[in-house]
Write a protein that binds this ligand. Sequence first.
Ligand SMILES: [Zn+2]
Length: 268
Amino acid sequence: MTIETHHLSLGETQLTVLDDGSFTLPAGYFLNVPDNVAAGLGETVTIGANVWFIRSGEKRILVDTGSAHALKQMFPATGQAWEDLQDEDPTDIVLTHMHADHIGGLADPHVFPDAQIHVSRAEWDFWTQEGLADAVPEDQRPMITMIQQVASGFADRAVLHDGESELAPGLVLEPLPGHTPGHMGLRVSEGNETLLIIGDAVISEALQFANPEISYALDGDAQQAVATRRALFEKCVDQNLTIAATHFAFPGVGKVVRDPDGFRFEAE
Ligand SMILES: [Zn+2]
């Protein structure tokens, strides 16, 4: 299968966005939705799924793996980039966070055996804590068990990062917590151009720019996610950053624009 790809360059750094498919979710996954916005929502909301491959100097960096086979049963339209991604030979894999739709490709511990896997320490410590499955509601247990199985498969290759952390010249990991405890983005800079991969700091471009207070059912700490989102929007406008997000419609790259009563996303 040939999937859609989108190519960008920042100086010598090449970035490819790969289309991993989509998720059709009950509209109820979005919480704290103002009445006037809720009135316009259908029963379901469809969101995209983007993953990124960066070539920079000697580094070939996969940013998230997509779902691969992990969620096919519930969401058959996911995991579409995995077949093509397996032909790549990443030196490094950055995980924005450890939800199944971002780490699914690592379910097989034998793929990309030479790649170092970068994740924030807060994220790693949260998901790998002993007894976590017993501490959550029963319906979340399969998700925890799956994440812990995948994590144990790459534990010996995991590189844990604290705070802002430089991966390579022009590539900086940047904490964006809330969606998960150690959720992070990746800032790619060359010359005076900067692109910030924001992962799941914003899930829906249609809903959360105009209303950053709208949260998502899988946000671990909704309040912190809202604070992160507001600060992120301010920063993106002030610094004229280009952003790339996981769940925006493919390819999900564009600018944040300030509106009289909120923000808006302008796709590139
Ligand atoms: Zn996600």
